[in-house]
Every structure is written in structure tokens, then in C-alpha cells.
Design a protein around this ligand. Structure first.
Ligand SMILES: CC(C)(COP(=O)(O)OP(=O)(O)OC[C@H]1O[C@@H](n2cnc3c(N)ncnc32)[C@H](O)[C@@H]1OP(=O)(O)O)[C@@H](O)C(=O)NCCC(=O)NCCS
Length: 158
């Protein structure tokens, strides 16, 4: 599996990819978290080298040296094969290369998955980056129950 995973490449999405990305976002239940202004510009994708179909996609929003990973989803038929972990870790490398100092992700659905990656759990009281704190405020407004009871935050520090 490792050699297969190494063939996977993260690419920036183009406008032509958008309908296929949306299809994956719907399949993985990510559109529930859309604010309404999402478009291909913030999205990245990974294609299956054999079929050329998108097998993983996500968005990254950033300001200065801080970035937030959103809407991370792996095609259902390919889940539990190491794809998510491989891509999440590669994304950390990519952010480091791009000069991002702290790269955040929030979840209440799959904290165990994020614990297996290069991201480390972080308490809200330890977060100083206003850009991410503002994102958390939006989450709290839209999902008050999940925010108060289930949310786990992660950070990759470059
Ligand atoms: C969560 C998700 C991205 C994981 O991707 P994946 O390719 O299936 O994960 P991997 O196979 O790389 O798993 C890596 C590790 O995390 C564990 N893991 C994966 N998904 C998990 C989950 N939902 N809960 C607990 N552990 C999980 C795996 O068992 C594996 O452990 P191991 O390294 O000890 O073998 C994928 O299942 C998905 O797209 N789910 C629907 C959307 C979603 O929940 N996105 C994340 C929201 S924050």
C-alpha cells in the first residue's frame, strides 16, 4: 500500500474540478459545513492515478502564516486504506513549504483519525491565533451543541 500511496499527488483544484469535488463533498457529508461561499479556489484534490477520479479533497484557508484545513473527505469506497492519513500528513509538509507556521483542523466526527496524523491536539485556551479563533466563533454560532460538547482542535506547528 505504501508504494501506491506514494503515487498520490496533491493538486490545487481548477474550476473544471468543482462538480467532481462537490460530488465527493456530498458523499462524505462535508457540504453540511459549507458556509455558502465555497468555490474551487480554496480547494485541493488528490486523484487516483489509475482511474483519474478524485479520491480525496479538502479546502485550506489561510491568512499570513496561519492556515485552517476544512472539509477533508476521502471517497467512501477507499476509506480505511491509509489514504486520509497519507494525504493529511503530506498537506502538513506542503504548508510548511509554503511558509505556514501553524496549520489547524477542527473535528467532532473523527478525532481518532486526526490523532493518527502529524496534527497534535490543542486546547482552545492554548490557541492565540485570531484567524483560527474567528473560525471557531463561526463554528460555535452554526453548531453550538457540537462546539460545546464534542469539538476537538488540532494543530500542526511547522
Ligand atoms: C475521516 C476520514 C478522512 C479518514 O480517512 P481514511 O482514508 O479512511 O483514514 P486512514 O485509512 O488514513 O486512517 C488512518 C488511521 O485513522 C483511523 N481512522 C480513520 N478514520 C477513523 C474514524 N472515523 N474514527 C476513528 N479512527 C479512524 C484508522 O483506523 C487508521 O488507524 P491506523 O493508522 O492505526 O491504522 C474518512 O473516513 C472520511 O472522509 N470520512 C468522512 C468525512 C469525515 O469525517 N471527514 C473528517 C472530518 S474532520
Amino acid at each position: 500500500m505504501q508504494t501506491v500511496l506514494e503515487k498520490l499527488k496533491i493538486k490545487k483544484a481548477s474550476s473544471h474540478d468543482w462538480s467532481e469535488i462537490l460530488d465527493l463533498m456530498k458523499e462524505t457529508g462535508r457540504t453540511v459545513f459549507f458556509a455558502g461561499s465555497e468555490s474551487y479556489e480554496k480547494f485541493y484534490l488528490v486523484r487516483d492515478p489509475d482511474t483519474n477520479k478524485i479520491l480525496c479533497s479538502f479546502a485550506i484557508e489561510s491568512e499570513d502564516e496561519i492556515a485552517v484545513l476544512k472539509f477533508f473527505g476521502v471517497r467512501k469506497s477507499l476509506q480505511k486504506n491509509g489514504v486520509g492519513k497519507y494525504v493529511a500528513n503530506k498537506t502538513c509538509e506542503l504548508m510548511k513549504k509554503n511558509g505556514i507556521k501553524r496549520f489547524y483542523a477542527s473535528t467532532w466526527e473523527a478525532p481518532e483519525f486526526w490523532r493518527k496524523t502529524l496534527f497534535k491536539e490543542i486546547k482552545i485556551s492554548e490557541i492565540k491565533d485570531k484567524y483560527f479563533l474567528n473560525y471557531l466563533k463561526q463554528l460555535e454560532k452554526s453548531f453550538p451543541y457540537e462546539y460545546s460538547n464534542l469539538l476537538v482542535n488540532f494543530c500542526f506547528s511547522a
